[in-house]
Design a binder for this molecule. Structure first.
Ligand code: FE2
Length: 131
């Protein structure tokens, strides 16, 4: 499991979705290897939809709680979706090559962890302090 306890924000809905995201990435990396194009494509498309759903939910929380950094946070999300989709296209075209799996680890997993640790935790601090 790629999710670790230090990634916890303390906001249950967000933490659950983060765990599910990491589960999906785990599943994607698990199908990699042999000729499993169809499974890889399905996993990537599922992940794509789930990422968008999760970001939308987070952004709604930002807006509802009048989070001052909502716009900047949204930009991080939008850039991530762009990066993810570029990688997804490459992955679908070339399959689970070593290079593509490394890119998933670096750009998909690495980014997500850093984003949660810095930006989602920053929001969680703000959110939990709100009356
Ligand atoms: Fe976020």
């Amino acid at each position: 499991m790629l999710w670790t306890k230090n990634l916890e924000t303390g906001i249950p809905t967000i933490d659950e979705q983060h765990k599910e995201l990491f589960r999906q990435i785990d599943a994607l990396l698990a199908v990699s290897g042999a000729n499993k194009e169809k499974q890889v494509t399905e996993a990537l498309n599922f992940l794509d939809r789930y990422i968008v759903k999760h970001f939308t939910d987070e952004q709604n929380m930002h807006l509802q709680s009048k989070y001052p950094k909502a716009v900047a946070h949204r930009t991080y999300h939008d850039n991530y979706v762009t990066t993810f989709r570029q990688l997804k296209e490459k992955y679908i075209k070339e399959g689970p090559t070593v290079a593509n799996n490394m890119a998933v680890n670096k750009s998909v997993v690495g980014w997500l962890k850093e984003h949660i640790l810095i930006h989602d935790k920053e929001f969680a601090e703000f959110y939990k302090k709100k009356p």
